[in-house]
Design a protein around this ligand. Structure first.
Ligand SMILES: NC(=O)C1=CN([C@@H]2O[C@H](COP(=O)(O)OP(=O)(O)OC[C@H]3O[C@@H](n4cnc5c(N)ncnc54)[C@H](O)[C@@H]3O)[C@@H](O)[C@H]2O)C=CC1
Ligand SMILES: O=C(O)C1=N[C@H](C(=O)O)C[C@H](O)C1
Length: 247
């Protein structure tokens, strides 16, 4: 499987490149970085290609593209690819509601799998939190996150997703719109990722914690999702990580 990486010099992008080059069943089709990057023209270590600017992305002969960059870069890549039916896996987070709607529009052209968190077991963790919220709808829910100090201080895509789904679960049981859980943001050292869902019940508190140990966990999950996405010809549309796990 030939994979093009958007955001190839990033924290996750470099792990994606490493995993692809180390797997004989995978081939690095393109390593795309920011236009103007000093890496442009530099050979990718151990590989037979050079880093290239993202605007060359639409010419990459690949089976699938994996994007871990920035919202503006991700959407620009979608525009540049145009109507080509290149399947895509997007891990980039931080899209506004309008930008996310644009992603859905682009998914009319090609299969696009989007997930805020590709680490193993995250979907199961999220479902456990939803199940707890359904069983204890009167509990006051709160979300906590701890990431590396370089991450922007806005709530992560993971926290926003957990807050949305826990809120929806409570609202459905209670029959009215539950308040959105508060999100507490921490940035500590080079923490890879700690996510908490807290349920305060007065006399007791439940805390569900999800801790990711390595950045490679996200990269490996994204590659597995890409292998699923291209395992059979799929219709254009927007796919979730749950789709790949439920198959
Ligand atoms: N879904 C998931 O499982 C995960 C998602 N993420 C998200 O993935 C994104 C990237 O995360 P990191 O690798 O930590 O960030 P990073 O800042 O280390 O890497 C971002 C990469 O995007 C590239 N980039 C930035 N602007 C660009 C542009 N205009 N054109 C082309 N390339 C551009 C940079 O050159 C860099 O290679 C973030 O949105 C982060 O929240 C991160 C980890 C896991
Ligand atoms: O920037 C990160 O590191 C991560 N970002 C994603 C997010 O915004 O949720 C996924 C994961 O939490 C790590």
């Amino acid at each position: 499987m030939r994979i093009a990486i958007m955001g190839a010099s990033g924290r996750v992008g470099t792990r994606l490149v490493e995993l692809i080059l180390a797997n004989p069943g995978l081939e690095l089709a393109a390593a795309l970085v920011r236009p103007g990057s000093k890496l442009i023209g530099v050979p990718v270590s151990g590989g037979s290609i050079e880093y290239r600017p993202a605007d060359a992305g639409m010419n990459s002969r690949c089976d699938v593209m994996i994007d871990f960059s920035r919202p503006v870069a991700s959407l620009r890549l979608q525009e540049e690819i145009g109507s080509k039916s290149i399947p895509m896996v997007i891990g980039t987070t931080g899209f506004t509601v309008e930008e996310d709607e644009r992603l859905s529009m682009f998914s009319r052209q090609r299969p696009i799998l989007v997930s805020a968190n590709f680490a193993p077991g995250f979907e199961a963790f999220k479902r456990a939190a939803i199940d707890f919220a359904r069983r204890m709808p009167d509990a006051e829910a709160g979300i906590g996150e701890t990431y590396h100090r370089a991450k922007k201080t806005d709530p992560s895509g993971t926290s926003l997703l957990l807050a949305r789904d826990v809120c929806e679960a409570r609202s459905r049981v209670m029959g009215f719109a539950a308040p959105q859980p508060a999100i507490t943001v921490n940035r500590v050292g080079d923490t890879v990722g700690i996510n908490e869902v807290r349920f305060q019940m007065g006399a007791a508190e439940a805390v569900l914690t999800y801790r990711v140990q390595t950045l490679t966990a996200y990269a490996a999950g994204a590659i597995t999702a890409a292998q699923w996405l291209v395992s059979i010809p799929r219709p254009a549309g927007r796919y979730s990580l749950a789709d790949s796990l439920n198959d």
